[in-house]
Ligand binder design. Structure first.
Ligand SMILES: Nc1nc2c(ncn2[C@@H]2O[C@H](COP(=O)(O)OP(=O)(O)O[C@H]3O[C@H](CO)[C@@H](O)[C@H](O)[C@@H]3O)[C@@H](O)[C@H]2O)c(=O)[nH]1
Ligand SMILES: [Mg+2]
Length: 192
C-alpha cells in the first residue's frame, strides 16, 4: 500500500479477451498537494520468456510468428522474431517456461536459470515478465513445436548462429524488446 495514493476507483472498460481498466485516484504530488488522476491499465496477466542457447555450436533457438499489434503499427508483414515466451497460468514461472518451451520449440528442457524480471510497458500494461536462459542440445528435441493447435499459434522454430541473431538487432530484423534483452544478456555475460 502506498501512502501517496487514495480513493482508488476502478471501472472495467473491456474484458473481451484480456482486461482494460480505467483507474481514477488521488495522488500526492511532489508539492504536497493531492491531485486527481485517471489512468488506463491493460491487464493480460504475467509472462515468462527464455533464451535457449548452445555454447558448443554457438547457436540459439528463436521463434517467428504473426503479431497483429505490430502489423497495426508499422511492421509490414506482421511477423516477429522472438525468444520463446508465454503467459503464466497457475504454474510458477519456472514450470510455465519449461512447458511453453516444449509447446513452442519442441525442446524438452529441465534446468532453467532465471536472470531478471521486468515490467515491459509500465505506463499502460500491468504485466511483469520473468526472463530465463537455458542450454539446449539436439537430443532434447522431442517434437516439432509450433505452439498449440487450438490457439492457432503457427509458430516457426528458428535455430541460428548467435552472431547472426546479434546482427539482426542491428539490421532491425529483430525488434522485440524481450528478445533484444536476452540476446544482450548472453553477450554481456559471455554465455556463448
Ligand atoms: N482468440 C484470441 N487469441 C488471442 C488474443 N490475444 C492473444 N491471443 C492468443 O493467445 C495466445 C497466447 O500465447 P502465449 O504463448 O501464452 O503468450 P504470448 O502471446 O506468446 O506472450 C508472450 O509474448 C508477449 C509478447 O512479447 C509477452 O507480452 C508475454 O509476456 C509473453 O511473454 C497466442 O496464441 C495469442 O495469439 C485475442 O484477443 N483473441
Ligand atoms: Mg508464446
Amino acid at each position: 500500500m502506498s501512502d501517496k495514493i487514495r480513493n482508488v476507483q476502478t471501472t472495467v472498460l473491456s474484458d473481451n479477451w484480456y482486461t482494460l481498466r480505467k483507474v481514477t485516484y488521488e495522488f500526492l504530488g511532489r508539492d504536497g498537494q493531492w491531485q486527481q488522476h485517471s489512468r488506463e491499465a491493460y491487464d493480460r496477466g504475467n509472462g515468462a520468456t527464455i533464451l535457449l542457447y548452445n555454447p558448443t555450436n554457438q547457436t540459439v533457438i528463436l521463434t517467428r510468428q504473426f503479431r497483429m499489434p505490430t502489423y497495426l503499427n508499422g511492421n509490414t508483414d506482421g511477423y516477429m522474431i522472438e525468444t520463446c515466451a508465454g503467459l503464466l497460468d497457475k504454474d510458477n514461472p519456472e514450470d510455465c517456461i519449461r512447458k511453453e518451451t516444449e509447446e513452442e520449440t519442441g525442446y524438452k528442457i529441465s534446468a532453467v536459470q532465471k536472470v531478471f524480471e521486468a515490467y515491459m510497458s509500465p505506463g499502460s500494461v500491468t504485466e511483469i515478465l520473468y526472463f530465463f536462459v537455458a542450454e539446449y542440445t539436439k537430443d532434447m528435441k522431442v517434437s516439432d513445436g509450433g505452439g498449440l493447435q487450438e490457439e492457432t499459434e503457427n509458430i516457426e522454430v528458428m535455430e541460428m548462429p548467435f552472431a547472426r541473431a546479434l546482427d539482426m538487432i542491428k539490421t532491425g530484423e529483430i525488434k522485440d524488446a524481450k528478445t533484444i534483452m536476452l540476446l544482450q544478456y548472453a553477450q554481456i555475460n559471455g554465455l556463448i
